[in-house]
Design a protein around this ligand. Structure first.
Ligand code: ADP
Length: 252
């Protein structure tokens, strides 16, 4: 039986009169990478932020591993916020540009969350953080400060920091779009590495060639719905839907 890590059912989100997500359903098996593609404004970032409850959906169910929240029946006030926090803790988010603590070293950026928020033992957290820094190729930068790093290195620290919290899934919101072109490759390589190590990832990206290589599943969004989904060999190489074809013609 497949082990489903993320299950999204009937997800809806509006901002005022704007229906940004109009009923989203998908599942993500454990250890797979899902790439969200679609034109600007199609709802990709809102969907990603909904998984992490940075945006609170109006309706629908999100389950990540053993935590499930029904946003159609979310209790008001404190109880609802507690449910949201439980779901948020299941995922780690990597943003467009690193939002590292500027006055903390690279190592401290990784250890702060696990020590302060998760109250885990310092020795264990530091040892794990060093392993993670090694994984993203930055072992020798542990004692540097963010301003001493390139944009690509900072983004790799951002990824390691998300992993340090041991999330069940890692969410990437256009992780390379704020980088100079020559720095994109090193960050994509780290993400690809994570995917091959068995992390479950959901990635919003405009890098179609990268999506083709890394994705197990591509969801093509337009107008707040999933227009087409499947492996990249289908959705990217041989899209069935006219809207997908039109989008790919524009970006490829
Ligand atoms: P994408 O990531 O596909 O470009 P987004 O999810 O960022 O799309 O945005 C979808 C639509 O929702 C856009 O029209 C955007 O302007 C709107 N939107 C996103 N966030 C907000 C917000 N906090 N308040 C109002 N409108 C928003």
């Amino acid at each position: 039986m497949t082990d489903i890590r993320i299950e999204v059912t009937g997800l809806k989100k509006s901002f005022g009169d704007l229906n940004v997500l109009r009923g989203i359903d998908f599942t993500t098996p454990r250890g797979t990478s899902t790439v969200l593609l679609g034109p600007s404004g199609s709802g990709k970032t809102t969907l990603l932020r909904s998984l992490n409850v940075l945006d609170t959906p109006d309706a629908g169910v999100v389950r990540i591993d053993d935590v499930s929240v029904d946003f159609s029946a979310l209790p008001a006030g404190k109880a609802g916020r507690a449910e949201g926090r439980r779901l948020r803790a299941q995922s780690g988010m990597v943003f467009q540009s690193h939002n590292l603590f500027p006055h903390r070293t690279v190592l401290e950026n990784l250890t702060e969350g696990p020590i302060v928020a998760q109250k885990r033992p310092v020795d264990e957290v530091v040892a794990e953080a060093r392993v993670l820094l090694d994984q993203v190729g930055l072992a020798e930068k542990a004692d540097s400060y963010p301003y001493q790093l390139s944009g690509g290195q900072q983004q790799r620290v951002g990824i390691a920091r998300a992993l340090a919290l041991k999330p069940r899934v890692v969410l990437f919101d256009e992780p390379t779009s704020a980088l100079d072109p020559e720095l994109v490759g090193e960050v994509l390589a780290v993400i690809k590495d994570l995917a091959s190590q068995g992390w479950t990832t959901v990635i919003v990206t405009h890098e179609i060639r990268f999506a083709e290589k890394v994705a197990d599943q591509v969801l093509f969004l337009d107008g707040g719905v999933i227009v087409e989904s499947g492996p990249p060999a289908q959705v990217i190489a041989e899209p069935r839907e006219e809207r997908t074809q039109r989008f790919l013609r524009r970006v490829l």
